[in-house]
Design a protein around this ligand. Structure first.
Ligand code: SAH
Length: 272
């Protein structure tokens, strides 16, 4: 019996990562990092940054590591998602700095270190520790869709709600242009008031809010699954500003902890 001859160039499936049938849970963070670099090299697109964007993202990841973000899955997501595609092209050269940026309608995309901190906290839920991913996620405040794109690499499914129609529509375009996500099905993007959550798809294993109010809305706590975790900025009267709040739910009830002082846009009611 003759051996199959090795073909050059290698079949596309070998060069471009696993075929769609490969179980997605087999994708390791290191593999995702390699794939991000391959993707960038393959596309040969001008980035407008004057630098290879995969290399710029890799440097951003190193800075996140230096800030003690040590969840490799979160870091791999940051290495893969092209933040400069979510902001106005005039701001693209600042996309990989640790800074918040305007996204229109008076709203801002949070700085990478804060988004990374929230995602790393979410990855500490009982559910995520057991399963290695975020499961079903509800995101409040889609904005430009950048964090949604990160979540698509960390969760099985993502429901994201934005109250401002122009942003909700832009996020839809931004996310449609995303290459295949590593883990989740396409996100379910909604224009609505996220304070009400989204009961039809509840419960959620993680709820992450990018806007902060006086209190955590009751609907979020109701729609959180046992074993799940809610991460949200909330006003702290004693501090006079916002803090990140983490709320875990188990069979016995909810447990609330407070973390870093943060500065997110206001959680508003109604839609625009
Ligand atoms: N994660 C976003 C950050 C956007 S800023 C990103 O990556 O771009 C926070 C967003 O929350 C804003 O777009 C704001 O319009 C939205 N927001 C504020 N209150 C809301 C509410 N009640 N429901 C849904 N979205 C809300």
């Amino acid at each position: 019996m003759s051996r199959p001859t090795r073909r050059f160039p290698l079949p596309l499936a070998k060069l471009h990562g696993p075929a769609p049938s490969t179980p997605r849970t087999l994708l390791r963070p290191q593999r995702l990092l390699q794939q991000a670099a391959l993707d960038a090299a393959r596309r040969h697109q001008p980035t407008g940054l004057g630098l290879d964007s995969a290399a710029v993202r890799a440097r951003m990841v190193e800075r996140l590591r230096a800030e003690r973000i040590d969840d490799e899955r979160v870091l791999a997501a940051f290495a893969a998602v092209e933040r400069h595609r979510f902001v106005d092209s005039a701001l693209a050269n600042q996309a990989y700095e640790d800074t918040s940026l305007p996204i229109g309608q008076g709203q801002t995309i949070s700085k990478p270190s804060v988004v990374a901190r929230m995602l790393a906290l979410a990855m500490g839920s009982e559910f995520a520790r057991r399963h290695g991913h975020l499961g079903r996620v509800l995101e409040i405040g889609t904005g430009c869709g950048y964090q949604t794109a990160l979540l698509m690499r960390l969760a099985r499914s993502v429901v994201s709600i934005e109250r401002m129609r122009p942003l909700a529509e832009r996020a839809k375009d931004n996310l449609a242009a995303q290459p295949d996500a590593a883990l989740s099905s396409p996100p379910h993007l909604l224009h609505g008031d996220g304070r009400l959550g989204h009961a039809p798809r509840a419960p959620y294993d993680a709820i992450i809010a990018a806007a902060g109010g006086e209190h955590l809305p009751a609907a979020w706590i109701e729609q959180l699954a046992a074993g799940g975790r809610l991460v949200a900025p909330t006003h702290d009267a004693a501090l006079g500003s916002q803090r990140l709040v983490v709320l875990d739910k188990d069979g016995a009830g909810v447990h609330r902890r407070e973390f870093d002082a943060v500065h997110f846009v206001a959680l508003k009611s109604g839609v625009e």
